[in-house]
Design a protein around this ligand. Structure first.
Ligand code: AMP
Length: 294
């Protein structure tokens, strides 16, 4: 595996790989790699001839008072994990390499979805995410780019950006990697104390309950939202940020579940702000329509 930090090198090495007939699989991350990232890299390795991992803690996507300086960094461990998973290229630029001196004046506008849910709690976050992802996709060039469903809103916005701006990347979603008790694996889980760690699966409990209710035929999204909020409320160490049930395509809030919908939750546990989500199962086979469904 080659480790590089210059933009020029990524452009050149990816162009060379394409010239050699290799398809490129790209996995953008902020490092502190864990099993979730490993799943992305493994999937890219299975599907592509040349796997590129990027590690860059992007200051543009952190708000004032967020954890930019405390964000976990573990470059040496990350590099050995990437190598052991068969990555071909690790691109780890510093801030100056990415943005020069100062912040870019021209950035990617995420549109209205960028201001809801995660965007409402973290103003400017998705503008920062999309700007860095656009830059990275432009450097890597035509590729398959792998994103985790754990960050479902980010995945949706990256898809919209690639569509709106005709960026030649195929966005590939990868299922959320979880701990044995259901907690979605995240670099931010490192902030949890032992007690908080025990409380943290309550987010998964909430979205699992949403899925169970939907599987049982519950179509009223308000009932599902209320049950999710009640689940989080039952955990004394958790402070609810939001619960949502949105249409999988439009990301609008759903009143009555009629098509693919996603349940999302965010809560603070101690100093960590955690998120989780699940796609809700459709109507059970053989379920009978009744008048309350419409
Ligand atoms: P991050 O380093 O947190 O910016 O994440 C980099 C990529 O890894 C994003 O596409 C995330 O959605 C994905 N990711 C993070 N955690 C998980 C997880 N538990 N399961 C699957 N993908 C993940």
């Amino acid at each position: 595996m080659e480790v590089i930090s210059s933009r020029k090198d990524v452009v050149e090495l990816c162009a060379r790989a394409r010239h050699d007939g290799l398809s490129i699989g790209f996995v953008p991350t902020m490092g502190a790699l864990h099993e979730g990232h490993a799943r992305l890299m493994r999937t890219a390795r299975q599907e592509c001839g040349f796997v590129v991992l990027s590690i860059f803690v992007n200051p543009l996507q952190f708000g004032a008072g967020e954890d930019l300086s405390a964000y976990p960094r573990s470059m040496e461990l990350d590099s050995s994990l990437a190598e052991s998973l068969g990555c071909d290229l690790l691109f780890a630029p510093d801030e100056e390499e990415m943005y020069g001196r100062g912040r870019p004046e021209v950035t990617v506008d995420p549109g209205s979805l960028g201001e809801r849910l995660e965007g409402a709690s973290r103003p400017g976050h998705f503008r920062g995410v999309l700007t860095v992802v656009a830059k990275l996709l432009n450097m890597v060039g035509p590729c398959h780019a792998y994103f985790g469903e754990k960050d479902a809103q980010q995945l949706a916005l990256v898809r919209r950006m690639v569509g709106s701006l005709d960026i030649p990347a195929e966005i590939v979603p990868v299922a959320t990697a979880r701990e044995a008790d259901g907690l979605a694996i995240s670099s931010r889980n490192a902030y949890l104390s032992p007690d908080e760690r025990l409380a943290a699966p309550v987010l998964f409990d909430a979205v699992s309950l949403a899925a169970e209710l939907a599987r049982g035929g519950q179509r009223d999204a308000d009932v599902i939202r209320a049950e999710m909020a009640r689940t989080i409320g039952g955990e004394p160490l958790a402070r609810l940020d939001y619960v949502a049930v949105v249409d999988e395509d439009t990301w609008e809030d759903v009143r009555t579940i009629q098509g693919p919908a996603r349940a999302l939750v965010s809560a603070r546990i101690g100093s960590a702000r955690l998120i989780d989500n699940l796609l809700l199962p459709g109507r059970p086979a053989g379920a009978v329509h009744n008048s309350r469904d419409v």
